[in-house]
Write a protein that binds this ligand. Structure first.
Ligand code: FAD
Length: 450
């Protein structure tokens, strides 16, 4: 990377690209973001972000990281209509039943994905030095005298010192690298075959819905669902299933959700008015590229976000990892040491290590014919045990799981001696009766049905 103020070109103006652009601009660099979609008109689903109609949770860590780049982002999202949800009070039916809702936890801001992206885009484009070229698809890269020429379809090419690929799961970077004569390793993949089907609903009497609920799938019952409040009082309802249980576009959401281990989401949805159509999405496998591992990784090139590592979305990690990577990029640009970008690319990849381990460890349990390693089996069994403790009301277990879920803590917190003792005690004690539905769920059902 050249030492002084490189010109940065970012490919893709979705969340990873926008956050990377913010980081580079805040480090004092001119940035041009190239985006294949035109990005005009009000926030709404668009072709380049096919997952846009599906629920998106911005984990607590993700909002915190994004806010370091865009101070006051949380307030802007709330002003745009996002709903604040305390995840400790979100009714959650896990493998062992309803979790207690009397321990506050991290808050998330819940809104539709297009609105989230719209607010972030407005903030990023207001930063000095950031430009956006919409409606322009990048088709390749060429070296041009120590710099890059970014080849653009239907428009002038761009020159850059640093190119950041943020073009998502469908990134063509491996093809572009191969065209430059570089060897490209196969990405790692773990695809448990999860499918999403979502639809927006409203209460028939217009009452705004301000909480949601989750019914988690299990390997014995590989169907789940959730409902999340979004702007304008709406509720985004999702049915999801693995393999042959994937819902299709014709799914009867009320019936699907009513047939889960806990029928609450079906009861909730039955009384609501659907808005728009069912949207399905099936590209959900975990895929991690090996970018930066080979010694011949080119200078002045980085990949971030889903273009580097895409996760099974059910764990809600993608935007948070992109925000962490953007911060790392900004820190590196501010240090301006010059030299190779390979080390930075490896750090960006390492930022995905923990979420990758969480997502693929869990997903391997859904894959027929895959035998998890003894270590992975142990981690899986212990996580289930901590989940059982949480359902039985153990606060330390609830807090540790919340911290891991929001990428705020380490998995080692699940191995705290107090949890080991509590698990041993629970095993010796009488079986716990299953917890009743939490009051927050009853309140949501009442709000939904008038
Ligand atoms: C069903 C589903 C649900 C999800 N839910 C969550 C969630 O709850 N929480 C969470 O954190 N994450 C979630 N994710 C992941 C999240 O969508 C991504 O991690 C996040 O959008 C960051 O992705 P990105 O910016 O890297 O890529 P994308 O969002 O895929 O965007 C890529 C961008 O690049 C543009 N582009 C592509 N090719 C070119 C080109 N050649 N030239 C110019 N522009 C190009 C596209 O138009 C697009 O704007 C979910 C994903 C899916 C599939």
């Amino acid at each position: 990377m050249p030492a002084a103020h490189p010109t940065v070109v970012v490919v893709g103006a979705s969340l990873a690209g926008l956050l990377a652009a913010a980081a580079a601009a805040r480090a004092g660099h001119p940035v041009t973001v190239l985006e294949r979609d035109a990005l005009t008109g009000p926030p709404g689903p668009r072709r380049g972000v096919a997952q846009g109609a599906q629920p998106h949770v911005l984990l607590h860590r993700g909002l915190a990281e994004a806010t370091t780049l865009l101070p006051g982002l949380g307030e802007d999202l709330l002003a745009a209509g996002a709903v604040r949800v305390d995840t400790g009070r979100l009714p959650w039916f896990g493998p062992a039943g309803w979790q207690p809702t009397d321990v506050p936890s991290y808050a998330v801001l819940s809104l539709t994905r297009p609105l989230l992206e719209h607010v972030v885009r407005e903030r990023v484009l207001a930063l000095p030095g950031v430009g956006l070229r919409g409606g322009c698809r990048v088709r390749g890269l060429e070296r041009a005298g120590g710099r890059w020429r970014v080849l653009v379809e239907d428009g002038p090419d761009e020159e850059a010192d640093l190119v950041v690929d943020a073009s998502g799961r469908g990134s063509r970077l491996p093809t572009w690298l191969a065209a430059l004569g570089l060897a490209v390793e196969e990405p790692e993949t773990v695809d448990a075959g999860l499918g999403y089907a979502s639809r927006l609903y409203r209460a028939r009497d217009g009452h705004p819905l301000t909480n949601g609920a989750v019914v988690q799938s299990t390997t014995d019952s590989p169907r789940g669902g959730l409902a999340l409040p979004v702007e304008d009082g709406g509720l985004l309802v999702l049915a999801c299933g693995y393999g042959e249980h994937r819902p299709d576009r014709d799914v009867d959401l009320v019936a699907y959700l009513g047939g889960l281990r806990e029928p609450a989401l079906g009861e909730l949805t039955a009384g609501l008015e659907p808005v728009g159509e069912v949207a399905v999405h099936r590209q959900t496998g975990n895929r991690r590229h090996q970018h930066g591992r080979r010694r011949d990784w080119p200078d002045g090139l980085l990949a971030v976000g889903d273009a580097l590592c895409a996760f099974n979305p059910v764990y809600g990690q993608g935007i948070t990892v992109a925000a962490i990577q953007a911060r790392l990029l900004g820190e590196a640009l501010r240090r301006r040491r010059g030299g190779s970008t390979r080390r930075l690319q490896r750090r960006l990849r390492a930022a995905a290590d923990l979420p990758w381990a969480v997502a693929t460890g869990e997903d391997r349990r859904y894959l027929d014919g895959t035998t998890p390693s003894p270590a992975a089996r142990l981690v899986g069994a212990w996580t289930t045990e901590v989940g059982n403790l949480a359902v039985a009301g153990d606060r330390r277990a609830l807090v540790a799981l919340g911290r891991l879920y929001h990428l705020m803590g380490s998995p080692l917190e699940l191995a705290h001696p107090a949890l080991l003792l509590a698990a041993a005690r629970r095993r010796r004690g009488p079986a716990q009766p299953s917890a009743p539905r939490p009051p927050e769920l009853e309140a949501l059902l009442t709000a939904a049905h008038g």
